[in-house]
Design a protein around this ligand. Sequence first.
Ligand code: ADP
Ligand code: MG
Length: 329
Amino acid sequence: MSTPGPLLEVRNLHVTYGAGTRAVRGVDLKLSAGQKLGIAGESGCGKSTLALALLRLLPASANLSGEILLDGEDVLTMRWGRLRAVRWAGASIVFQGAMHSLNAVHRVGEQIAEPVLLHGKSTAAAARRRAGDLLEQVGLPAARADAYPHELSGGQRQRVMIAMALACDPRLIVADEPTTALDVMIQAQILRLIGQLVADNDISLLMISHDLSVLADTCDRLAVMYAGRVVEEGPADQVFTDAQHPYGLALSAAFPRIGDPASRRAPRGLPGDPPDPSALPPGCTFHPRCPVALDECATEDPALREAGVGRLAACVRVAAVPAPGLPPA
Ligand code: ADP
Ligand code: MG
């Protein structure tokens, strides 16, 4: 069944941990079938919270509101049985630390076969064969199915995680910092692999990274998150080379090349850290660090506004520049 709407649509999503840690504050996102959307932002900006919310994997302390429509169906109101079916087959997640996500005492082949068995009508033998095929798809010999996680390198373990994510033919893969723990050479290989697999299988990709250059290389569109909000969105190459929000600009200046680990917490040229989500500053949450802040930024919190064709930015300065839209009729 094909649907005319987007594959994933997030509407006004808020996530608050406990009484007042406002990790995600009114995020709207759309992702169509086969599209690759990158989410950028420093540590603590709410990227993982957003990723986990998409499949309702957040701890019980998290309060959610808004809508997360997967093929038009709201993940937040799904019954458990339906949610179980949607996890893996509708959308699956690749996390950063493959060592922590894989079970140390089970062979990796069994772990890849497990979702196939849980969700399909496969026999154990067919699920084992499928695990071997998946390993080959991610560039590992099928015989590695017999290995335990500790017998594999970091890059190989991340390949196993990707094989698991592919196991039930999902329509969407959410990859949360899938290469951050890997060294630069391996990072590039894994990124190429993810890009190729999603293209070959017509899977949509939501890829999260603190590293804008990684996302610009892999994704069609980019959203930049700051303090729980999307502050800039647009075509990936444009956001990377010509950011409209001062934070987007600082991030793109911080990552001149793929895999610069030093920039993870403190982008070059940008002092300080993102604010504590339980004590957000008034006005624009970025103004205390913003090199071009105006007086009004201390009191006015700008909403996302048009910043060129297919582009949005949440900055009062954007309004001063007329968007290069279509000429008046
Ligand atoms: P990112 O992935 O961008 O680094 P996170 O979504 O992990 O950001 O975190 C956003 C904010 O939410 C941070 O301030 C973090 O400390 C807080 N946070 C994350 N998980 C929890 C949790 N389980 N309980 C309370 N606060 C959390
Ligand atoms: Mg994270």
